[in-house]
Design a protein around this ligand. Structure first.
Ligand SMILES: [Zn+2]
Length: 160
């Protein structure tokens, strides 16, 4: 259980790219990024089909990227549906991955055609997708990624 996230003041947390945790694994490090696409408890959350499509498209983007494939550990949605977790190898800061995060969301925003791996053999709920909404969410988040302020990369902490 990631107890460190309970020290974050979700009342003041903004959209952005944050370091959620750093883990030492097998002699190296893995950094978990909090890719926060919605302000917690203040913005409507991402709907499940759009989140599912974001997961497929972004995971596929990193897996097919010569630069990112070997650095990527895991991409997945947050249960609260206000964002996603991106796990990369290394002891990293948001600035180290921003270009790659921007590129992944730009990929989704421009994506046309068949959603990768959205077939019954490859997906647990293959009909539960929404490409148009995924593209909309990606476009909206990209606007923020192109204008990130310090408060979009540093967690607000609780006082207790
Ligand atoms: Zn799936």
């Amino acid at each position: 259980m990631d107890v460190s996230s309970f020290g974050i003041d979700h009342d003041r947390l903004l959209r952005g790219v944050y370091v959620s945790r750093l883990d030492e694994v097998g002699g190296g490090f893995v950094t978990t990024f909090d890719i926060r696409m919605k302000e917690p408890n203040r913005c409507p959350v991402i709907d499940n089909p759009a989140m599912h499509t974001l997961e497929h498209l972004i995971a596929m983007y990193y897996r097919s990227s010569p630069e990112w494939d070997s650095r990527t550990v895991y991409i997945g949605p947050m249960g609260c549906r206000t964002g996603m977790y991106f796990l990369f190898k290394g002891d990293l800061q948001p600035g180290d991955v921003l270009d790659g995060v921007r590129a992944a969301f730009a990929h989704v925003a421009a994506f046309q055609g068949e959603i990768p791996a959205a077939k019954p053999k490859m997906c647990g709920n293959y009909l539960d997708h929404n490409l148009e909404m995924a593209r909309y969410e990606a476009r909206e988040f990209l606007e923020l990624l192109n204008d990130l302020k310090p408060e979009n990369t540093e967690y607000p902490k609780t006082d207790y």
